[in-house]
Design a protein. Sequence first.
Lengths: 229, 137
Amino acid sequence: MSIFKKIMTAIRGGASEAGEAIIDANATRIFEQEIRDAENHLTKAKRDLTGVMAEQMAAQREVTRLEKEITEHEGYVAQALEKGDETLALAVAEKISTLESDLTAQQQAHDSFAGNAERLKELVKKSERQVSEHKRQLSMVKTTESVQKATSAITDNFSSSNSKLLSAKDSLERIKAKQQKFDDKMKAAEVLESEDSDTSLAAQLKAAGIGSQNSSANSVLDRIKAKQK
Amino acid sequence: MNIHTIADHLNGLGDNSETGMNFDCQPISGEVDVLQITILGREELPIFVSVTDDQVLCISYLWGVDEVKPDSIPAMHESMLEMNIPMPLSSFSKIGDKYVVFGALSIGSSFNDIEHELAVLSNNAVEVIDDMSDYLL
């Protein structure tokens, strides 16, 4: 059964009750142990791979060396033949034949190392994918459990603090009301600020003798005198 | 990264948070440590944060099954599924008989990432309740 199905079955089956585990702690521990084992195997496979690849490289070097030597000796044979020394040419040719059988052996070794390396690389890749898949599954189980435990902690906290959970709509109303109040305050502050700047402007105008002036005793007297006339 | 370092960071921000929100953190003890985060002005919709081996989970409770108009449940589910991708950073889920929005972050996230996540989650929660209120009693 896939881990998704296991979790779904457990939740539907009522394991969502506080305290009840999705997969019992023992199973989780076994799973964790399996992941650790797989990781150990992976480390070993990687070490093996390094060894095989080193041998493959050594074989490749040997092959190159033998090929070079064969070419060299073929040159010697030609030179011996040019000089008419058939016996020497034959001796060198024998040496070449030994070298060639060495080359075949080295080439075979190299191919077999290369094949092994390829297989090991595949295995490492596959194991790495498997380990990460196992880790993902374990993380799902652990997260589900953690959420359940967290939920029960939250629920306990709410019931112990006696705070009644509001309905979503009521909560929204309250939050909106608070936001409105905040916005109103901001607006009021703006209005106040602009009023402040109005009065300061009026003061500046007055100081400059522009606009309405405070009635002074002299101006009052002037006004009354004017009426008496 | 654990709930205490997150709490220290958020409480230390005060009014100087990047998001302009004022966070208050209260650890809740239990089998799993949970951090209750309230945002100034939105005390009714706290966010609960828990940290697992590889994730930081931020959850906000929306409403209970009992708050949904009985005939509207399938339509509401459909709307929630349709909203799931457009809604930034958060997803819907259901824990027991409660619908939630949540965001999951990698354990390697920075404090700034977490603060951003919380702000977006809170905005999403308020907006979702507003948008879905037709389905609610």
